[in-house]
Design a protein around this ligand. Structure first.
Ligand code: FES
Length: 499
């Protein structure tokens, strides 16, 4: 027998409640079949939608254990929690789609072009490759799972959400459309997206909504000189003039950044097999994290080179659509790192860019996040007892963009004296990414505040993370709320253990 927990909603009493049901366990049983079985066995009369039963109509989308899934495709497991999508509920698992359907109408989600260059009478003139940019985007089945999963929509009234951005992009990149959708996309909040990737992650059609729709639309807006936000333009200027997206603080111990100081002290080496790609934030704003990385690796018997000529990976430019100089950065970094067996990263955004975007620019490097590299190499017997209670925040660009969730947890469970407790939703976006922290800080703050509420419930000494952007954003909110918890980078924690 398996137990299934269903969130019910009684529209007459306007009451929500959880009910648990037991049904016989059947291998590979779908959620939809389980619901049918419950209704039959218990006469439970649970309300849910479905139509095609084949993953085509999108009507059966619900939340399974907090993640949006198609009930006709997802398999049921013991103790699963079934809830409606994060939309107004009509009854039990049925949500009200009226408002979204109306928004589709009001946003004119259709092609408007009347004087397209390509004569409509001769559709054979449009070649399949002309549809490449919007091909994947057209696979949407209107299930609204991405809308339900998006963490930003709930924090602002100005962002229509990933479903609509995908729709705009689909029209914009359709070769039959020659009218620009830039203005509509900006008005609909395209710069509110934090690039957390939850929409792509949740999409039953596996549409890369963030990468193929939102980023590409931001790129088009930049090409048309309609964007990005003024704060993002500074990043472009900074990379153009210095090769780095942020500059060191003059009053810091590293007024020229970590890389220059390190190479002055140790002599620039270029002979090792492992190189460290610091990323702009670690190099210029959190240089001590780089020191910790070097210390920990030395303790474990590894030497790394920190090539001096390395430049910004291009992540902040890609995320904000300012891609005109990205190829140049990719080529420079390729020349510098091409002969190394392994390129180590700390910053989640840099790692995701080097792994996922560089191949699109013709470059492949063997890149490992430091947690991937260290997993399995640590022995608690060699460590000091740190005696700390911690939780862990999954950076979006590590968890969803690189699929790294287990390795940091393995490391934490191997540090002597660490008591590790999970928070409610460790992989929920903190709001730091996608240019939102710099361009729309109030959104970043609202998301970080929600994260801090989860952290504060745990009464831990530290929230551990790896990404420098998350580190700054969560820390700002912890301080604002006078929390007793502070952020610690996993490398600082490891350094304490190996000190
Ligand atoms: Fe149509 Fe599930 S019933 S997608």
């Amino acid at each position: 027998m398996i137990t299934i927990n269903v969130k019910r909603y009684d529209p007459v009493k306007k009451e929500s409640y959880m009910e648990s049901y037991e049904i016989e366990e059947i291998d590979k049983m779908k959620v939809l079949d389980a619901l049918e079985e419950i209704n039959k066995k218990y006469d439970a009369n649970i309300a849910y939608r479905y139509s095609c039963r084949a993953g085509q109509c999108g009507s059966c989308a619900i939340q399974v254990n907090g993640k949006s899934k198609l009930a006709c495709k997802a398999e049921i497991n013991d103790n699963d929690i079934l809830e409606p999508l994060n939309l107004p509920v009509i009854k039990d698992l049925i949500v009200d789609r009226t408002e979204l359907n109306n928004e589709v109408k009001s946003l004119n989600m259709y092609m408007t072009s009347e004087d397209c260059d390509i004569p409509r009478t001769k559709p054979e003139l449009i070649k399949p490759q002309d549809y490449e940019a919007c091909d994947q985007l057209r696979g949407c089945i209107d299930c609204y799972s991405c809308i339900s999963a998006c963490p930003v929509i709930k924090k602002t009234g100005s962002y229509v959400g990933p479903y609509f951005m995908r729709g705009f992009s689909n029209i914009e990149f359709d070769p039959r459309e020659d009218e620009s959708l830039s203005e509509r996309a900006i008005e609909s909040g395209i710069y509110y997206c934090t690039s957390c990737g939850e929409c792509s992650n949740t999409c039953p059609r596996e549409i890369n909504i963030y990468g193929k729709a939102i980023e590409k639309l931001r790129e088009r807006i930049f090409e048309e000189n309609e964007g990005p936000l003024p704060e993002h333009k500074f990043i472009h200027e900074s990379v153009l003039t210095t090769g780095k997206s942020v500059q060191p603080k003059e009053d810091s111990d590293y007024p020229e950044g970590f890389i220059k100081k390190y190479n002055k002290m140790h002599g620039s080496t270029k002979n090792g097999k492992i190189a460290f790609f610091t990323g702009c934030m670690i190099d210029n704003r959190l240089p001590w994290i780089a020191e910790y990385l070097i210390n920990v690796l030395e303790k474990l018997g590894y030497e790394v080179d920190v090539p001096e000529e390395q430049v910004c990976c291009g992540s902040p430019l890609l995320r904000t659509g300012q891609t005109d100089i990205v190829q140049e950065l990719v080529d420079k970094n390729y020349e510098i790192f091409k002969d190394y067996d392994t390129v180590l990263t700390v910053c989640a955004g840099c790692g995701a860019t080097l792994k996922n975007n560089y191949p699109e620019y013709g470059v492949k490097l063997n890149v490992l996040n430091i947690s991937e590299f260290l997993d399995g190499k640590l022995n608690p017997e060699d460590m000091n007892d740190v005696n700390l209670k911690v939780t862990y925040h999954d950076p979006c660009h590590l968890a969803r963009s690189q699929g790294i969730t287990e390795e940091p947890r393995n490391i934490l469970n191997n540090i002597k004296g660490v008591e590790f407790i999970e928070m409610d939703r460790p992989d929920q976006c903190c709001g730091a990414g996608g240019g939102v922290k710099s361009g729309l800080p109030e959104i970043a703050e609202a998301l970080a505040d929600e994260k801090v509420d989860m952290i504060d419930k745990l009464n831990v000494d530290h929230v551990v993370t790896i990404c420098p952007f998350c580190e700054f954003n969560i820390n700002d909110s912890l301080q604002k709320k006078n929390s007793k918890t502070s952020v610690i980078n996993i490398l600082e924690l490891l350094n304490k253990a190996y000190e």
